[in-house]
Design a protein. Sequence first.
Length: 317
Amino acid sequence: MLLIAVGVLLLTGGGEALIRGSLAAANRLGISPLLSGLLIVGFGTSAPELVVSIDAALSDRPDIAIGNVVGSNIGNVLLILGICAIISPLAVRPLVLRRDAVTALAASVLFLLLVGGDALVRSDAAIFLLSLAAYLVWAYRTERSGNAPSAGLHIAEGQEVTSLPTSALRIGAAVVFGLALLIAGSQVLLKGAVGIAESLGVSQAVIGLTLVAVGTSLPELSISVIAAFRRHADVAIGNVLGSNIFNLLGILGVSALLQPLPVHARILLFDQWVMLGTSLILLFFLYTGSRLSRFEGSLLLLGYGVYLSLSFTVFGT
């Protein structure tokens, strides 16, 4: 538990430093706020998941590599949006996030299709990465043209992060320090995760889907909670959607490209369907344009509690 706690702290600090340093560098280089918000904040919050899953894949721990991604996507909707809705009821403009919500659902469906063979191989990784590249090109072209209502959202994502370093030396130090913390944190977290799985007699997939997934999702939680306190519901939900897209298409794509990943039976039986269900819930919420109230946020948190309970009991092994 101590190793996991230290690993989470290192990953969170590294993710924050990397995002702030990268945003400051983008501002200094004159990169558009739109691209900064879309790439650096939208996907930068997934840096801990990326480093942990790559480290797990290279360490021949595929259950943690895949479980981390699937568990993070489930937690992003049920846990993070549940907390945000309790802080401030979330009312969004459906058109602003429609493209990203559809893409997140499509990525979940693509995952279900590709793991049908019980493993993610390099050809699957290529499909994931090509899909991510197509999404990025589509998103940037439509938003740069000014026709997409989500353009303002991605600009606002970058504005949620404040206190950026100013000098070139501090910017470089923030990026290097952030990367170093991420690498160190991933190694410490993996040691703790494997140790807990062995001591509790549960599979590594369970730990990857729960403890590791929650720990690596803290940057998304931080950005979304800040946005919720500022009554920026679109930013809070947009951050979750961007993270879920990158988790599936980017992180699994890179991890499976480096090392083919067999998929644990419980993920095929249970977790992938929960992930698909959470994507459908979020898409329904956005398309109806309804308000996610505090009561509904409490239901999301309750649902996450039920998911955790089932993870350690019915599907613990």
